[in-house]
Design a protein around this ligand. Structure first.
Ligand code: UT7
Length: 311
């Protein structure tokens, strides 16, 4: 089966860092509570940046690293739950800001924190059906716009940021699964026309769902590819909470597989968390040709998905 690979990545963060200590001056919380319950130490929060400007910067870096022409891009796809405008899409703004030619598709997808994983499936479909070699897939979020900074149970969890990936087809091993179940109550944000819309989350329910979703995502890929966990170099999950990932990791103790985590520095950046992690891993020189990784996304919907990618 023809798979996809990530040719190049880029990431963009707002300038302003908000530490746990700073948040503890606004709501009744502590650095110790946040770190032990989530693994989060700080987050980036937009002041002058927007969902679009972050997406543009991340995309520019990924395109530069890929070294490809803008006319080789079949589509710009932005996964986001916090688009600056309900329409036009953030993807169209990126197209204009970076001067992409008009002959391409530009649109956003809404799948909460699973957005990047869903985007991989969408990108593959577009590449198989299209005429050009690349899709520019971006996860960009300005979650601070929908965060209730008086609610300590949610405001400590989220951050702003963007990650972008240039995707192409490959003959290297690939596998993909995606799910949705329509369980909206535990995690939602009111939409268009609702003034002061803020994210609502039942943390415990989402935690239980997340643990199951990651385990199912990893196991499904191993079953489909007949691989063992020992053949996987990295598992890159949506970076929501260290405890969620540690919980799943226990099952695979004794293997060399690394469950990559970076929520300490960025908090939960929703659809941006996986491409930000991939970009950081590339920058650190962790990704060597031929390495295998399973990416797992989960979030509002509930939606979840997993993919085996080869570096
Ligand atoms: O990307 C979307 C996916 N979202 C997630 O993955 C989030 C999943 N859920 C979680 O990560 C966890 O459920 C949380 C981190 C949100 C909460 O952790 P928890 O261990 O489930 O805590 P809890 O909600 O059961 O609350 C325990 C206590 C409560 O106090 P009482 O009732 O025991 O007195 C809360 O009021 O902790 C209290 N609490 C806090 N205390 C200090 C809740 N938030 C805070 C806080 N600081 N920020």
């Amino acid at each position: 089966m023809q798979g996809i690979k990530i040719v190049a990545t880029g990431r963009a963060l707002p300038q302003r860092i908000v530490t746990n200590e700073e948040l503890s001056k606004r709501v009744d919380t502590t650095d110790e509570w946040i770190r032990t319950r989530t693994g989060i130490g700080q987050r980036y929060i937009c002041e002058n940046e927007t969902c679009t400007s972050l997406a543009v910067r991340a995309a520019e870096k990924a395109m530069e690293k890929a070294g490809i022409g803008k006319d080789q891009v079949e589509a710009i796809v932005v996964a986001t739950a916090t688009s600056d405008l309900a329409f036009p899409s953030t993807a169209c703004m990126v197209q204009k800001a970076l001067g992409f030619p008009k002959e391409l598709m530009a649109f956003d997808i809404s799948a909460g924190c699973s957005g990047f994983l869903y985007g991989l499936g969408v990108a593959r479909g577009l590449l198989l059906a299209g005429k050009k070699e690349y899709v520019l897939l971006i996860g960009s979020e300005q979650l601070s716009r929908i965060t209730d900074f008086s609610d300590r149970s949610t405001c400590v969890l989220f951050g702003d940021g963007a990650g972008a990936a240039v995707i192409s087809l490959t003959e290297q091993p690939y596998a993909y699964r995606a799910w949705a179940d329509g369980e909206a109550g535990p995690l939602f944000c009111p939409g268009v026309g609702i003034d002061g819309a803020r994210l609502h989350m039942e943390g415990n329910q989402v935690f239980k769902f997340a643990v199951k979703a990651i385990a199912q995502g990893v196991e499904a890929i191993l079953k489909d590819t007949k691989m063992s966990i020992g053949e996987i170099d990295f598992v890159v999950c949506h970076q929501a909470n260290q405890r969620i990932i540690e919980h799943v990791k226990k099952k695979y103790e004794g293997t060399k597989t690394v469950f990559y985590m970076n929520m300490e520095n960025y908090a939960n950046t929703s659809a941006a968390s996986i491409p930000i992690a991939l970009d950081e891993m590339g920058e650190k020189g962790l990704l060597k040709p031929g390495m295998k990784m399973i990416c797992v996304g989960f979030g509002a919907g509930f939606t979840w998905g997993s993919a085996l990618l080869t570096v």
